[in-house]
Design a binder for this molecule. Structure first.
Ligand SMILES: [Zn+2]
Ligand SMILES: [Zn+2]
Length: 224
């Protein structure tokens, strides 16, 4: 069973379809993005009923915003790590800026509200997705939020959510994300990812990057 990744053009954060024997949606975009996800399914000859799972990499509005609308139509369960349950039920999140100039973005992102989401499946971050028809497993990669998870596909691809971001124009330019709840935790999550050696890394914001580019640009940025 091979599994491939299809990127979904949502308004703020990237969402992805993992297509194997069934289809897992990784992240759901911002509130109101459900049509973009349904349109992408249709373009690939799929329907909402083909979804076996709506997996959220973490509990921020731009990743879980359309989860409820998609759950209603697809009947697929929503999965989220237990450490982000509070975020998902709050309907809003206060973000912690990281890096120069990022504080300017904070009021906009922290003001975003969403309908609270109650997941059907509560994750510990080490599950496999085989039961949902795709060749992939999860790995807890906290730091951006406590409950952030990454998805590792057997073909060598990975979706790492907001652990890092890509450049918005060019591939292979990994960068720090704009917001981290805990910078030390994110450093160890980046080390975890470096140890796992995925070939291609897809992120919530910006273009994907290769493992080689991550290694070249980040191996000296994380504490030993
Ligand atoms: Zn995001
Ligand atoms: Zn986020």
């Amino acid at each position: 069973m091979s599994t491939k990744i299809i990127a979904v053009p949502t308004t703020t954060a990237n969402a992805f379809l993992l297509v194997g024997e069934r289809v897992v949606l990784v992240d759901s975009g911002s509130p109101g993005n459900e049509k973009r996800i349904f349109d992408t399914l249709e373009r690939h000859g799929l329907t909402p009923k083909d979804l076996s799972l709506i997996l959220l990499t973490h509990g921020h509005w731009d990743h879980l915003g359309s989860a409820q609308a998609i759950r209603v139509l697809s009947k697929a369960p929503v999965a989220l790590h237990r450490a982000d349950l509070e975020l998902a039920s709050a309907g809003q999140a206060k973000l912690k800026p990281y890096g120069l100039g990022t504080a300017l973005l904070e009021p906009y992102f922290s003001s975003k509200r969403f309908a609270p989401v109650t997941p059907d499946l509560i994750l510990n971050g080490f599950e496999t997705l085989k039961a949902y028809g795709v060749n992939a497993k999860l790995r807890a990669t906290p730091g951006h939020t406590d409950g952030s998870v990454s998805v590792l596909l057997e073909n060598g691809d990975a979706i790492i959510g907001d652990v890092l971001r890509g450049d918005f124009m060019l591939e292979n330019r990994p960068n720090w994300h704009f917001f981290y709840d805990d910078v030390d935790l994110v450093q160890s999550s980046i080390k975890t990812i470096l140890d796992l050696k995925p070939e291609r890394l897809f992120v919530g914001h910006g273009k994907p990057f290769s493992f080689k580019s991550l290694q070249q640009q980040f191996v000296n940025k994380v504490k030993a």
